[in-house]
Design a protein around this ligand. Structure first.
Ligand SMILES: C[S@@+](CC[C@H](N)C(=O)[O-])C[C@H]1O[C@@H](n2cnc3c(N)ncnc32)[C@H](O)[C@@H]1O
Length: 227
C-alpha cells in the first residue's frame, strides 16, 4: 500500500478532493492511505507560528524552517520520498506520476505565503512544480500530484486498460473518442468505429493519435504502440 502525507497548514482544503471518486475508492480499497498532518502541530508558541518576515526585507512572509524540519523528521521513514511543492521545481509529468506510483511513502511539503526559507530545500528528495504559474499554496499542487499518482496504482481504475491508452502514457496524445448518438447535430461518428473490425479500429486509432499529437503537441515524443 502507498502511504501519502500531505503536510500543510490548510489540511481542510483537501477533504473534498480526497473524499470523492477514484481517490475515495482507492483509500477504501486499501490501495493508498492519505493523511493530511497539520504543520502547526510542530510549530511553537501560543500562535503556533509557521511563517516570519524575510531577511533583507520585501513583501510577504516566508515559511520558517523549524516546524517543517520537526514535522518531516517525525513523518519520515527509511522508504519515504520527501517532495517539496514549488513553482521552481521540475515540471510534473505523467512519467513522474508513474515513477512516484512505485514508491512506498510520499511526503508532500506544501508551501504557503511567499514560499520557503531556503534551508527547507535541504530536506527534500526532489522539488516538483505542476506548471509555470503561481498558486496561493501547495495544497492544490499536492492534490494534483496525488490524484495523478493514485489513479495509476494497480486496481485504482475500474478498467485495467484505461490508464494504459491515455494521453502521455505512451508519450503522445490519446486518439479521439465518440459515444452515442451515432449522429448529433449533423456530426456523425466515423464509420470505421461502427465496423466491428477491431484490427482496423486499432490501426485507425493509432494513426489518429499520431496525427493529433503532431498537430497539437509536436514537442511530445511518440513512444511505444503509437510510434
Ligand atoms: C505563492 S507560492 C510562492 C511562490 C514563490 N514566491 C516563488 O516565486 O517561487 C506559495 C506556495 O504555493 C505552492 N505553489 C505555487 N505554485 C506552484 C506550482 N506551480 N507548482 C507547485 N507548487 C506551487 C508552493 O508550495 C509555494 O511555496
Amino acid at each position: 500500500m502507498l502511504e501519502i502525507d500531505i503536510l500543510t497548514i490548510f489540511p481542510d482544503m483537501l477533504a473534498s478532493v480526497l473524499g470523492e471518486s477514484i481517490l475515495k475508492r482507492a483509500q477504501a480499497a486499501g490501495l493508498v492511505a492519505i493523511r493530511c498532518p497539520n504543520l502547526r502541530d510542530w510549530a511553537e508558541g501560543v500562535h503556533r507560528t509557521t511563517d516570519d518576515r524575510p531577511y533583507g526585507g520585501g513583501p510577504g512572509m516566508v515559511m520558517k524552517p523549524e516546524p517543517v524540519y520537526r514535522a518531516v523528521r517525525a513523518l519520515r521513514r527509511e522508504n519515504s520520498r520527501v517532495i517539496l511543492m514549488t513553482p521552481q521545481g521540475a515540471t510534473f509529468t505523467q512519467a513522474a506520476a508513474q515513477r512516484l506510483a512505485r514508491e512506498r511513502h510520499l511526503i508532500f511539503v506544501c508551501g504557503h505565503y511567499e514560499g520557503f526559507d531556503e534551508r527547507i530545500r535541504a530536506l527534500a528528495d526532489e522539488e516538483l512544480s505542476i506548471g509555470d504559474y503561481i498558486l496561493t499554496n501547495g495544497v492544490l499542487s499536492s492534490a494534483v500530484v496525488t490524484d495523478a499518482v493514485v489513479r495509476l496504482l494497480p486496481g485504482a481504475l475500474g478498467d485495467a486498460e484505461s490508464a494504459a491508452d491515455e494521453s502521455f502514457s505512451d508519450g503522445g496524445l490519446e486518439y479521439p473518442q465518440w459515444t452515442r448518438p451515432e449522429v448529433f447535430e449533423g456530426m456523425a461518428v466515423p464509420e470505421i468505429l461502427l465496423s466491428g473490425d477491431h484490427g482496423a479500429i486499432a490501426k485507425w486509432r493509432k494513426e489518429q493519435a499520431r496525427a493529433r499529437t503532431a498537430a497539437r503537441r509536436p514537442d511530445l515524443p511518440m513512444l511505444g504502440k503509437n510510434a
